[in-house]
Design a protein around this ligand. Structure first.
Ligand code: ZN
Length: 189
């Protein structure tokens, strides 16, 4: 791809993201507490997810799954993110008797500030079904597949500087591509 064609495709991609974000109503401000409050439209889409959760299991696996690696690449490109943590063989911070989903390569830590974080967390939640997302933790709230709302997250880390996102076992590595293609088709020519 030539440099100008690549630049054009980047602009189209950015346009696609902005077009989607324009469709999402802004999150209502949190009342008192600094917490994630997804919009009703985003929560309605989140409610359509299958209600499935694949736990971490008992052994570290050595790297990201193809589904998680694909989501990482998609987030980095769509939102120009440079710092996204992934595989780590370690216990769950909220329950140290169990392995973290990072240890089986299905969790990402998306390092973000609060305003972009709300936008990206909303985007992940709105597209959770297509992206095979099973769980999100952001700004003192947790969401699991099948839930129509976010709940209070009580783990020791409030997740105010990163979004923790997990994908299902066997998450489709082309899922993000389908979301992108869908967005690009929605753009006016
Ligand atoms: Zn994490």
């Amino acid at each position: 791809m030539s440099r100008s064609a690549r630049s054009l495709s980047h602009h189209r991609l950015l346009g696609a993201v902005l077009a989607l974000l324009a469709l999402l109503p802004a999150s209502a401000p949190a009342s008192g507490e600094d917490a994630w409050v997804p919009s009703p439209a985003v929560l309605a889409r989140a409610a359509r997810t299958p209600g499935r959760y694949d736990p971490a299991g008992n052994a570290c696996t050595g790297g990201l799954t193809v589904g998680a690696a694909s989501l990482r690449t998609l987030l980095a490109r769509l939102f120009r993110l440079e710092d996204i943590g992934g595989y780590a063989c370690r216990p769950n911070t909220a329950n140290r008797s169990r392995l973290s989903v990072h240890a089986v390569g299905r969790a990402l830590d998306v390092m973000v500030g609060s305003s972009r974080g709300d936008m990206i967390a909303d985007w992940l939640l709105a597209n959770a079904d297509a992206l095979d997302v099973q769980l999100l933790i952001w700004r003192r709230r947790i969401w699991r597949s099948g839930q129509a709302n976010v709940r209070v997250y009580t783990g020791p880390n409030p997740h105010t500087d990163h979004i923790h996102v997990e994908v299902l076992e066997g998450a489709d590595p082309n899922a993000g591509l389908a979301v992108r293609v869908h967005l690009e088709k929605a753009l006016p020519v």
